[in-house]
Design a binder for this molecule. Structure first.
Ligand code: AMP
Ligand code: MG
Length: 400
């Protein structure tokens, strides 16, 4: 049995980042930037007004001015001002020249082309050229996951294309004789396949497509599926196999991966739910045999597959990371010798994370997943943790 921490650090160490590709700006959201972005010009590129008001000379102490122009954002009409002259100006409009101050419109009384100054601030209300950034400054250093805000910055810099980590090719196979598509009515003894939906949604939330198959629990059929180039698996960077990871008589994932030439790195994890977890690799490709139980599936996806995705993307250690929160209710882990990842609802109260432990009866229990957005890490051997106890937890929301 391998510990959770060992598996997380192993994944960080063994998986090299995928190569890069060039995408247009609009396709950059959530992708990992792999090249530095340097300002190609000063930001802002010209001195402009920070207020709606009147531009006057700094050395002009007149209390009344004559308006000689009206500059709106987008206008470009440089001129010099004589004493007693003002230019009406809008926020964002380029100043007509140097050595000017803006008097806010709220501090002026307008009468035709005359303007009387009621109050004059000490500050100039000017956004200077280059005050945000200088040409040549590095504004984004790789590797960096791109947010909406980062894309807006890139748009302002006129960056048309970005060099980002290419997306992993992911193939998922749900195995089991008992599982049927969610739209079908199970026969006696059968259940609906919920793991395929979970895997697809987990990946979609991270902007990642997946090729999915459903296969009976049969060695030859699954091997044929895994070796057929038309089905995607031979070219996968990340292979996920649900079910059959245990040591039951029919569980074949481990044997299958070994026969395909994979090196088995982990056969069991020491925490619960999710004991029968297989981690394997072949070349630079990574494969997981995920325990079929839905709650175990959820835990393994959000810990181990999440860690593998971050490393593939070129951000090892981005997630999952453990934070500390406060228990909103008592948590009874009596009877469990092993470390437990406990489904929970995280919120913020008084500025700190608060965790409501959710009820679950077994690793096959999907009901806590209706609300779970975090996993509390409960040490092995813990009996009961009291309300108010400080606990480590990991968020299950996608990295941003
Ligand atoms: P396994 O990992 O194949 O031993 O399966 C463990 C438990 O998970 C069994 O109760 C299976 O019926 C259940 N299970 C396996 N695959 C799925 C699936 N795709 N959706 C829901 N439950 C599953
Ligand atoms: Mg099975």
């Amino acid at each position: 049995m391998t510990s959770l921490d060992e598996i997380l650090s192993m994944l960080g160490a063994i998986i090299p980042p995928l190569g890069v590709e060039s995408v247009v700006l609009d396709q950059g959201l959530g992708r990992v930037l792999r090249e530095p972005v340097v300002a190609s010009e000063d930001q802002p590129p010209f001195a402009c007004s920070a207020m709606d008001g009147f531009a006057v000379r700094l050395d002009d102490q007149s209390s009344e001015f004559r308006t000689v122009d009206f500059l709106r954002a987008g206008d470009w009409r440089p001129r010099s001002l004589a004493l007693g002259e003002a230019v009406r100006i809008s926020t964002g409009a380029a100043l007509p020249g140097d050595g000017l101050q803006i008097i806010m419109i709220e501090d002026a009384e307008i009468s035709g082309d005359r303007v009387r100054i009621l109050r004059r601030d000490a500050v100039r209300h000017v956004r200077e050229r280059g005050e945000n950034a200088r040409r040549g400054d590095t504004l984004l250093a790789p590797p960096r996951r791109l947010s909406a805000g980062a894309l807006a910055l890139l748009a302002s810099l006129g960056v048309p294309r970005l060099s980002v980590t290419r997306r992993p090719r992911i193939v998922h196979i749900a195995t089991g004789n008992e599982i049927v598509a969610p739209g079908r009515t199970p026969l006696p003894g059968q259940i609906r396949d919920s793991n395929s939906t979970l895997v697809r949604a987990f990946l979609a939330a991270r902007g990642l497509p997946v090729i999915q198959h459903r296969a009976p629990e049969d060695f030859a059929t699954t091997r044929a599926l895994l070796t057929d180039p038309a089905q995607g698996a031979p070219a996968a960077d990340l292979l996920l196999i649900s079910g059959g990871a245990s040591v039951g008589g029919h569980d074949f994932t481990r044997r299958l991966l070994a026969e395909l030439g994979c090196e088995i790195l982990v056969a069991k994890v020491a925490s619960r739910p999710g004991k029968p977890l297989i981690v394997a690799r072949r070349g630079v490709a990574v494969a997981f045999g995920l325990p079929g139980n839905p709650l175990a599936h959820f835990v393994c996806l959000h810990l181990f597959v999440q860690a593998a995705l971050g490393t593939l993307a070129g951000l090892p250690g981005e997630t999952p990371f453990f934070q500390e929160g406060v228990l909103a209710g008592a948590l009874d882990n009596a009877g469990a010798g092993r470390e437990t990842l406990w489904p929970a609802r995280q919120s913020i109260a008084g500025g700190a994370p608060v965790l409501e432990p959710l009820r679950w009866s077994s690793s096959g229990d999907l009901t806590p997943l209706a609300r779970a957005n975090a996993l509390i890490r409960v040490p092995g051997g813990a009996r009961e943790l009291a309300r108010g106890a400080r606990v480590p937890f990991v968020s299950t929301t996608p990295p941003a």
